[in-house]
Design a protein around this ligand. Structure first.
Ligand code: TXA
Ligand code: MG
Length: 309
């Protein structure tokens, strides 16, 4: 069995596997990551192959502490310092100019690199033990739902990795906020648990209103993403007799009542979609949550999950 408890011995062997160019799965506080040595081009290419991910869609590099940032990025602007000291370790990814040591296959051919310090203790322990920056996209097949627990990992991923560390259910459940700090104005490329308001409060100035000026700056912005096999349909009310996610009392046993709080909703979203998907249903109806800013990341993922094509 490749799914291992995160004992000190298993953390050490996972770190050794990363050092020697293997691909493993580690838990983070957002979603599980398909992890490898970020500076090892062959290992990184293997990650792209396992996911079936287009090579121009760059990976996030995970480091163990803010001090490691200077090894990865050419400059550390004051905004990065301020945001890191407020949100790291945590679910905020910063896009900065890359150092030449970071291979282009990790950054999808870009001169920038996306970096974060995760706060899951197992992720931090593995990264620190490995002593290297760790590239880790979400541990899902391209366009599918990201796993938020070890048993949600697709068998097609499981059979291609060396080992999986079981870190329990992810606290956040949606991928990190991605913030581009390489333009005149900071731009949110992907909303997440760290909200625009959180970022603005630290920077003391408004964020740029995306989309970013060039498409190349915002790779990986595919319309359909984070999707189950079934067609997700966004509705005001889940029809009686149909499977779906409700905000109110479910009228059917195949309906799952979601929490009214955005963080708790996010933490349960992917696993709830996956549970309904496993029933083999053709459609999953999802009641639209409120439009308030703290729901932005949930709306983003629901929109992408419901886009067909
Ligand atoms: O929460 C997360 O961020 C998870 C966990 C495992 O850390 N990782 C994750 O990675 O979601 P991934 O590869 O599934 O998503 C990375 C996102 C993509 O949308 C990608 O386009 C963007 O980050 N990205 C990476 N490098 C970038 C860069 N240099 N410029 C702009 N966007 C970048
Ligand atoms: Mg992903």
């Amino acid at each position: 069995m490749k799914i291992l408890q995160p004992s000190p011995e298993n953390i050490v062997s996972t770190a050794r596997a990363i050092q020697s160019g293997r691909v493993v799965v580690i838990p983070t506080e957002t979603v599980y990551g398909l992890a490898c040595h970020a500076l090892d081009s062959r290992a990184v290419q293997h990650v792209f192959e396992i996911k079936g991910r287009p090579p121009d869609n760059p990976l996030i590099v995970h480091i163990g502490s803010f001090d490691q940032l200077v090894d990865i990025t050419e400059v550390v602007p004051p905004a990065a310092k301020a945001l890191a000291s407020r949100f790291w370790p945590g679910p905020l990814t910063l896009v900065l100019p890359k150092r030449p040591t970071v291979p282009y296959c990790t950054t999808g051919g870009l001169d920038t690199v996306a970096v974060r310090v995760p706060r899951h203790p197992v992720a931090l322990a593995v990264i620190k033990e490995s002593g290297c920056p760790v590239a880790a996209p979400s541990a899902n097949l391209f366009t599918r739902l990201s796993p938020t627990s070890a048993h949600e990992i697709d068998p097609a991923i499981l059979c291609q990795v060396d080992m999986v560390l079981d870190g329990g259910q992810c606290e956040i459940g949606l991928e990190s906020t991605v913030l581009d700090l390489t333009s005149d104005e900071p731009i949110v490329l992907r909303p997440g648990a760290v909200t625009r308001a959180d970022i603005q409060a630290v920077l003391g100035r408004p964020l740029g209103s995306g989309p970013p000026s060039s498409v190349r700056k915002s790779p990986g912005q595919y319309a359909r993403h984070y999707a189950p096999r079934a067609q997700v349909k966004l509705v005001d009310r889940v029809p009686v007799g149909q499977p779906g996610l409700t905000l109110d009392r479910p009228a059917d046993e195949r309906q799952i009542r979601m929490p009214a709080d955005p963080a708790a909703y996010a933490a349960n979203l992917y696993r709830s979609l996956q549970r309904l998907d496993e029933t083999g249903t053709e459609d999953i109806f999802v009641e639209l949550p409120p439009r308030d800013p703290e729901w932005e990341a949930v709306h983003d993922r629901l929109k992408k999950a419901s886009t067909w094509a």
